[in-house]
Design a protein around this ligand. Structure first.
Ligand code: PXP
Length: 239
């Protein structure tokens, strides 16, 4: 059974638009878990534009599946993560001016730093996932850094404009997955995945987890969160 991580930052985005207290992403967690999600993903950004410290602190108390904390590897965030103790830390690059995470980490050129981060989190019994583009050098570097899991960025895939582009992007993902599998890395995928574009990626057996936010929360506005999560869980396990 393939796993689904649901990113609840998008609920916090709606709340922060009014700087009020609703909708509360924490209130959604139990419903999302009841609907079949395998983990709850929260990205605590440096500028706190959506998820707040209070959200992730409360989430740590109530998540019954796994809490996956996405974060940039800054000193502040590393300290926060070591206090919160999520089950999984997903390291991502972060730029203030971006709308959302735009690309994968540059692990290969910063190998010593990533080795240090992996050691710090492993010492705290936290699983380490690195968000990288489907690039063989980055996959190998993630392995050398000591990551347990890679999350392959599907940003480029999801932005494919032509059949040819789509096929090239799928092939790059397949190549990255084959390399990761040989290196015994766990493989997740995420970013820009929807109920429609997920299908070709569900055929890649070694991708065992999908982390999805925007599309699920967008559907939930019309159908409710439980149905939206259930429908995505069905989609990723259709075969
Ligand atoms: N995985 C990572 C590493 C991300 O940064 C994001 C966006 O926060 C997601 C998955 C979810 O992306 P989307 O909201 O486009 O489904």
């Amino acid at each position: 059974m393939k796993k689904l991580g649901v990113n609840v930052d998008h609920i916090a985005t709606v709340r922060q638009a009014r700087k009020t207290n609703e909708p509360d992403p924490v209130s959604a967690i139990s419903l999302i878990e009841l609907a079949g999600a395998d983990s709850i993903v929260m990205h605590l950004r440096e500028d706190r534009r959506h998820t707040q410290d209070r959200d992730i602190e409360l989430a740590r108390k109530i998540v019954r599946t796994k809490l996956n904390m996405e974060m940039a590897p800054t000193q502040e965030m590393i300290k926060t993560a070591l206090d919160i103790k999520p089950d999984i830390v997903t390291l991502v690059p972060e730029r203030r001016e971006e709308l959302t995470t735009e690309g994968g980490l540059e692990v290969a050129l910063n190998l010593e730093s990533f080795k240090k981060y992996a050691r710090l989190f492993h010492d705290a019994d936290i699983i380490v996932s690195l968000f990288i583009d489907p690039d063989l050098d980055q996959v190998k570097a993630a392995h050398r850094a000591g990551a347990d899991v890679i999350e392959i960025s599907t940003a480029r895939y999801s932005e494919s404009k032509t059949r040819q582009e789509l096929e090239t992007n799928i092939q790059q993902i397949v190549n990255a997955v084959i390399t990761a599998e040989k290196l015994k890395l766990g493989v997740a995928a995420g970013h820009g995945l929807t109920y429609i574009n997920i299908e070709p990626l569900t055929r890649i057996d070694s991708i065992t987890e999908y982390n999805i936010g925007h599309s699920i929360i967008a559907r939930a506005v019309f159908t409710g969160i439980e149905r939206a999560v259930r429908e995505m869980k069905e989609k990723i396990n259709v075969r």
